[in-house]
Design a protein around this ligand. Structure first.
Ligand code: AKB
Length: 318
């Protein structure tokens, strides 16, 4: 990994991944790809090149890959699950037609490709507890349909053309830098902002709804480590189950209350997000990722909560 294109560099994962890779590989070029209205700012803009890179414009991707001699593409463009339900055709266009553009550029130019999958690739018939790496998926959301197709297309380009595609199934990601945009797991980020601001949090997901979650530093580590893994150890490619913790809103509320006494939360369940959450696993089995490329998270719920609260107190001046 030397010259890297990050498509979606200003999104929740991209904004931090771009900076991490720039710091890790200072001798290379890391291009921050963005779409109009989501231009990079501040350190992200100042620390390296930026190019308009709409995943739906294959010709532009080809031009950027040639200009910077790109060898690795992180394709992070996506509509998250709740937003995708409102705009299914747009979700398909970005997640699948866009992916095909990326895979074609990669095939022609010899790039490796990381396109994240998600716990959203599973569905109601999937085993909920210790969800195996290889199991029934059959998601019901359009987001899940695009994620399963992403996994299959990425594997297809590897087996048919030898494109070095690798990926993980991300759980809900919690970060103190960039907010997620319209996911089912967003509550687990918003709750920290409300708690640090001293506000009551109105939770859209019902008590008792367990989902896998992960702190952003671990998600970034996974994105880098899998692309650096020795390919001869990989029995799977697209995409590895990874997780760091599993909790429901009550467990999270109680954990935050240990650090911010008096924190209050009530429920106003959003039927769209709840239906999606109910169709997702409670807890993944990530043993294949551990065995094949050494995956191990560093943050559990306590460590993440301490770090989130400290970071948000400083960010929000509280
Ligand atoms: C979402 O909730 O849509 C995402 C995801 C789990 O893929 N955070």
């Amino acid at each position: 990994m030397k010259n890297v294109l990050i498509i979606g560099s200003t999104g929740q994962i991209g904004s931090e991944l771009t900076m991490k890779i720039r710091k890790m590989f200072p001798e290379g070029t890391v291009v921050a790809g963005y779409i109009p209205g989501m231009e990079p700012k501040g350190e992200l803009l100042a620390s390296g090149p930026a190019e308009q890179a709409d995943v739906r414009n294959g010709a532009k991707l080809t031009e950027i890959v040639a200009k910077y001699k790109i060898d690795t593409i992180y394709n992070l463009a996506a509509l998250l699950s709740a937003v995708a339900e409102r705009r299914p055709l747009m979700a398909w266009d970005i997640q699948i037609n866009g992916l095909l553009n990326v895979l074609e550029v990669a095939r022609e130019s010899g790039c490796a490709v990381f396109t994240p999958s998600s716990i959203g690739s599973f569905g109601p018939e999937t085993p909920r507890m210790n969800t195996p790496q290889d199991t029934i998926q059959r998601p019901r959301s359009i987001y899940g349909c695009t994620k399963v197709a992403t996994e299959l297309l990425s594997d297809y380009y590897f087996s048919k053309y030898g494109v070095d595609t690798r990926s993980v199934r991300y759980p809900g990601l919690i970060s103190n830098v960039t907010l997620p945009g319209g996911g089912t797991t967003d509550y687990a980020v918003e709750i920290y902002y409300a708690a640090v601001r001293g506000e009551e949090y109105v939770c859209p997901i019902a008590a008792g709804t367990f989902m896998d979650m992960m702190y952003m530093p671990d998600a970034l580590k996974a994105a880098v480590d899998i692309m650096l893994a020795d390919p001869s150890n990989l029995k799977h490619r697209n995409a590895f189950n990874i997780t760091a913790m599993s909790f429901d809103p009550e467990i999270l509320r109680k954990k935050i209350e240990e650090h911010i006494p008096g924190f209050k939360m009530r429920y106003e369940v959003d039927p769209v997000r709840q239906a999606i959450a109910d169709s997702w696993p409670d807890k993944l089995d990530d043993s294949c990722a551990r065995e094949e490329w050494g995956w191990a998270p560093s943050y559990d719920l306590e460590a993440m909560t301490v770090d989130m609260i400290a970071a948000l107190r400083s960010k929000l001046d509280r």
